[in-house]
Design a protein around this ligand. Structure first.
Ligand code: GTP
Ligand code: MG
Length: 373
């Protein structure tokens, strides 16, 4: 089962892209690249890829019959361990597809995009809180799939008028699930309560708070480190950061300190249940006095990524006030139209920086200062 899979050996993963024929080709490629970056983040190899243009996914197995044969052949030929679908797929469809592929390889795994993200979360979680949050997210996501399997079992086991073996198992599993979920939720709220108390104490002591948010890999931790002198992991992988961490930034002229928080990045199609598992941590950072939205200006998907972050912030109830847009990585951006961006985002005091080259950092500090004091 998925959550028991250990990532010790180098996995061979086959991405399967189901593309709407009307979708813009370049956009499809960019989104595909993001999936492959996710795959390489867990250290897996991508020996091949499959693309299917499809108007509407197949009800039973998501991809069509002919395509399954093609996938099966590739699984065999390229010794694939895991097939990954590029979107969110219904539990029943994943199960059905897996059953078909098991005919060529009994231990084949089938994941969707969320499974992949969960694997990365697992790998990168450091603190107990992050670990528990991920466990909860995984239970929420896997729950229906397990019930789905239970359903299949019960259909196999049960004759007419009898209660299938699977059905009783499903009931047991469901209860176990519920208890386990409660246990984790309780543990989490204990940890979160004590952290909240600590934060409240600091706030009462008069500390102002700044949070760094943005799409994954935008350079949030890099900026955090520079502002606070801390040493959070900054790495060219997706979701390097899963734990919120707080540092202090000293403002000399005012002889005062500001609390800065670095937190988990956002990604497109982040399923609500993942957001809800991280909600309390996210809420804490989002309720800061000031938000820095870090944006990778060299990214071809910049507009859609800004939208993703904006939508998630809105979902979490944060409005547009006291929000600064920090355009990062100007050192590697080609033909940027600063004026256009400044005009478009004039409500968000846009700043252009390169953390790598340490350019524009003073402007960020000054902006923080003028917004907060
Ligand atoms: N060229 C360039 N690369 C940068 C810059 N700032 C950060 N990076 C690189 O971008 C990658 C991601 O940086 P992080 O700071 O880990 O990004 P993050 O937003 O914290 O990412 P997650 O925690 O994974 O969501 C790293 O490889 C950084 O070295 C910059 O100004 N220019
Ligand atoms: Mg980070």
């Amino acid at each position: 089962m998925l959550y028991m899979l250990e990532l010790k050996k180098i996995l061979r993963i086959l991405p399967v892209y189901v593309i709407d024929p009307r979708q813009d080709a370049q956009e499809a490629i960019n989104i595909g690249e993001e999936l492959e970056l996710l795959i390489s983040t867990i250290g897996a190899q991508i020996p091949d890829r499959i693309i299917q243009k499809l108007d509407r996914p197949n009800n039973a197995t998501y991809i069509g019959k002919g395509k399954i044969e093609e996938v099966a052949q590739k699984v065999n030929e390229k010794e694939i361990d895991v097939v990954v679908l590029n979107t969110m797929v219904k539990p029943g469809q994943i199960h059905a597809l897996k059953v078909q592929l098991q005919q060529v390889k009994p231990d084949i795994e089938v994941w969707d995009r969320v499974d992949l993200i969960l694997q990365i979360f697992d790998k990168h979680a450091q603190t107990q809180e992050a670990k528990l949050q991920i466990k909860l997210a995984r239970m929420n996501y896997m729950g229906p799939r397990i019930y789905g399997m239970g359903y299949v079992l019960s259909r196999q086991g049960g004759g007419i008028g009898t209660l299938g073996v699977g059905e009783t198992n499903t009931e047991l599993m469901r209860r176990h699930w519920r208890d386990e979920k409660k246990r984790i939720t309780d543990q989490l709220s204990k940890i979160q309560k004590s952290r909240k108390q600590q934060l409240d104490r600091r706030k009462r002591a008069g500390f102002k708070t700044v949070s760094i948010v943005g799409y994954t890999n935008a350079g949030k931790s890099s900026l955090f480190n520079l502002l606070t002198g801390k040493n959070n992991l900054a790495k060219n992988v997706l979701f390097a950061t899963l734990d919120s961490s707080v540092g202090k930034m000293y403002i000399e002229e005012l002889h005062t300190e500001v609390l800065v928080t670095d937190t988990i990045g956002f990604i497109r199609d982040l399923p609500p249940l993942l957001i809800s598992a991280f909600k309390s941590t996210l809420m804490e950072s989002i309720n800061a006095d000031l938000l820095l939205h870090v944006i990778d200006i060299s990214d071809p998907e910049i507009d859609s990524k800004i939208d993703v972050v904006t939508d998630i912030l809105k979902e979490l109830g944060r409005n547009d006030d006291n929000l600064i847009y920090v355009f990062n990585k100007i050192d590697i951006a080609k033909d940027i139209n600063k004026e256009a961006l400044v005009e478009k985002y004039k409500n968000f005091s846009p700043i252009f920086i390169s953390v790598k080259k340490k350019e524009g950092i003073l402007a960020v500090k000054n902006c923080i200062k003028s917004k907060l004091f």
